[in-house]
Design a protein. Sequence first.
Length: 221
Amino acid sequence: MSKPFQTLLVIGLLFIAALTGWGIYVSVRDATRGPAEVSKGVATQVQELFHPTPTIYPDAVTVVLQVRSLARLETAQYTIEKVITAETGQGALAGLFGDRLLFVAHGQVIAGVDLGLLQTSDVIVSPDGRVTMILPAAEVFVATLDNEQSYVYERQTGLFTKGEPNLETLARQAAEDEIEQAALEDGILNLAQTNAETFVERLLRSLKFTDVIIVRATPAK
């Protein structure tokens, strides 16, 4: 028997022994787990095969585009839920080529006063202990969706279409605008301005000013 043949024979026997050992291990493991656990394990493997869990790989490079100091006084927050309908191709052939979805948007709107806009001339202190402050007008700082609580409630597509790829994105963009508009219509700016004036007045009185006058600045258009 030649040496190369002996080597191949040894490798083959080792391979067969490894397969046999693995088979025995799997059999023993399955026997100890029980039928229910084995079935569950198989079902999990099948589920992972057809519906694999997405793997996210963030880029290691981070680019900071801008850094700036803020002096924002947040004084009002609205939590709003709104249903958005987005559709396309809703004509006579909607059943064939149309796409329509209902998006439940859950978001927050935060408003307040940017104290960074205060100028030296906006604060006037009198010798008798009176202080007059021209407080900047309230503005919306943040209007954003809560992605964990926002979701597509229903989507209907035609028989011959897979749907508009950007329809949900467009619905989300419209939802942010609608949430902000709803907060504005409900008076979030007036509430934020009133709360800011109350806060600033209390702060100035704590500094021993006997008379505090807060003047509301004209909102920027």
